[in-house]
Design a protein around this ligand. Structure first.
Ligand SMILES: Nc1nc2c(ncn2[C@@H]2O[C@H](COP(=O)(O)OP(=O)(O)O)[C@@H](O)[C@H]2O)c(=O)[nH]1
Ligand SMILES: [Mg+2]
Length: 424
């Protein structure tokens, strides 16, 4: 079974919690706080698996959760960082946000992609010793790992798409122009998964060609395939439209071409307009009694297609077909790589920056989605970043909100995994 579209749920690991602990040693009367930090949660990472052309691996398993970071340990020891979960995908897999359908990432010729970031570990109490608080008894929780529901959709990376009615000879042509060995059958409805073939030409003018199951074939299967297969030629720079000219299957090649054009248009008018070479196949069996070549050629002319008579059986004009295709490709823009559409709620977005301040047990707790996200980006161990953090808090009214809530000199402020003393 060929799988080229799946919905999966992914979640990165949470950060481990910080530890509360005090240093104890012989001869050291008052040991300081030494609770270690929690470890980072594992990421969910997508990795291109070259040579693969199916999402079959996701047919049964649809949920992937990375492990949480380990909790911090006494003696200033870090909790363990959890391993990433690596999800292999075939090249050309487009990742979309399941809800909005927006593209998060096109896995084409790219490095590993972190789909969900693991949460940062919480700070142990060793961080919270300040002149006013010599014995910090608190540590912070780790941050939550990101979670997402995404759709993986394979759109093969092919320069050329082979289209045509069942049995026109698409698979036969792919097998004689490339090293691919697709199934070739005397019956209709056999090719049910796309095939990719690499065609070599010249120094480096080779190209990749995709043979997709015919639209009509899929529809006849009634398996909901139909137009779905066309996604694999979405990125194609041009089409080779194979039409049977022998007169054995049909004596009206014009109608055959129009059937396919109508299907292409239904899926995407833009795809139907892409440059097209008509490969009139089975020329070895061509019978001038059965086919009106004059009408056929004037139709092709009028449509502005290029035309070549070929035979996958005798290899007649196959080299010329390859050459024509390579020459044409030279003039066309490169393969489509999809841009990211999905916008994570990042800091540049005009997010609601209001925060809630609450006083509990003498501490001022500050909460807000924006604040949470912003804090994920700050490394609190770095002095410069800490200063930047304070500046952003000030500029966005967080300090004012604290003052309005009654927070004053020396009070403790708590923001998720970070805690500090308020200094005016
Ligand atoms: N005589 C002749 N038969 C061909 C030629 N190309 C393909 N065929 C035959 O046509 C049938 C369908 O071919 P296939 O490549 O599976 O068609 P597809 O459905 O378009 O992929 C097979 O029996 C092939 O052997 C050709 O150039 N000449
Ligand atoms: Mg076929």
């Amino acid at each position: 079974m060929f799988i080229d579209k799946v919905k999966i749920y992914v979640k990165a690991g949470n950060g481990g919690n910080g530890c509360v602990s005090f240093h104890r040693e012989k001869y050291v009367s008052h040991g300081g706080p030494d609770g270690g930090d929690g470890g980072k949660g594992g990421n969910i990472v997508l990795r291109i698996e070259n040579g693969s052309n199916t999402l079959f691996a996701y047919k049964n398993r649809k949920k992937f959760v990375a492990a949480n970071g380990g909790d911090g340990i006494a003696g200033k020891k870090h909790g363990a960082t959890a391993d990433d979960v690596i999800l292999p995908v075939p090249p050309g897999t487009v990742v979309r946000d399941a809800q909005s359908g927006q593209i998060i990432k096109d896995m084409s010729n790219c490095e590993d992609f972190i789909l969900c970031k693991g949460g940062r570990g919480g700070w142990g109490n060793r961080h919270f010793a300040t002149p006013t608080r010599q014995i910090p008894r608190f540590a912070k929780m780790g941050m939550k790992g990101e979670e997402k529901e995404v759709v993986l959709e394979l759109k093969m990376l092919a320069d050329v798409g082979l289209v045509g009615l069942p049995s026109a000879g698409k698979s036969s042509i792919l097998s004689v122009i490339s090293s691919a060995r697709p199934k070739i059958a005397a019956y209709h409805f056999t090719t049910l998964s796309p095939n990719l073939g690499v065609v070599s030409y010249g120094e480096n003018q080779g190209f990749v060609c995709a043979d997709i199951p015919g639209l009509i074939e899929g529809a006849a299967e009634g398996a909901g395939l139909g137009l779905d297969f066309l996604r694999h030629i979405d990125r194609c720079r041009m089409l080779i439209h194979v039409v049977d000219i022998s007169g054995i299957e049909s004596t009206d090649p014009i109608a055959d071409i129009e059937t396919i054009t109508a299907e292409l248009e239904k899926y995407s008018p833009e795809l139907a307009r892409r440059p097209r070479i008509i490969a009139a196949n089975k020329y070895d069996a061509f019978d001038p009694e059965l086919i009106d070549l004059e009408a056929f050629e004037s139709y092709i002319d009028e449509k502005g297609y290029e035309l070549i008579y070929v035979s996958a059986a005798t290899l007649h004009n196959i080299d010329t077909l390859i050459q024509m295709t390579a020459e044409r490709l030279r003039l066309l823009p490169p393969l489509t790589i999809y841009e990211k559409e999905y916008v994570e709620e990042d800091l540049s977005a005009p997010l609601d920056k209001t925060v809630k301040v609450r006083k509990t047990n003498g501490r001022y707790e500050v909460e807000g989605d924006w604040l949470y996200r912003f804090m994920e980006t700050i490394n609190f161990a770095d002095r410069d970043q800490l200063m930047y953090f304070e500046k952003v808090l000030r500029e966005n009214g967080v300090i004012k909100a604290l003052e309005d809530a009654g927070c004053g000199e020396g009070d403790t402020v708590s923001m998720y995994d970070f805690e500090f003393d308020f200094i005016e």
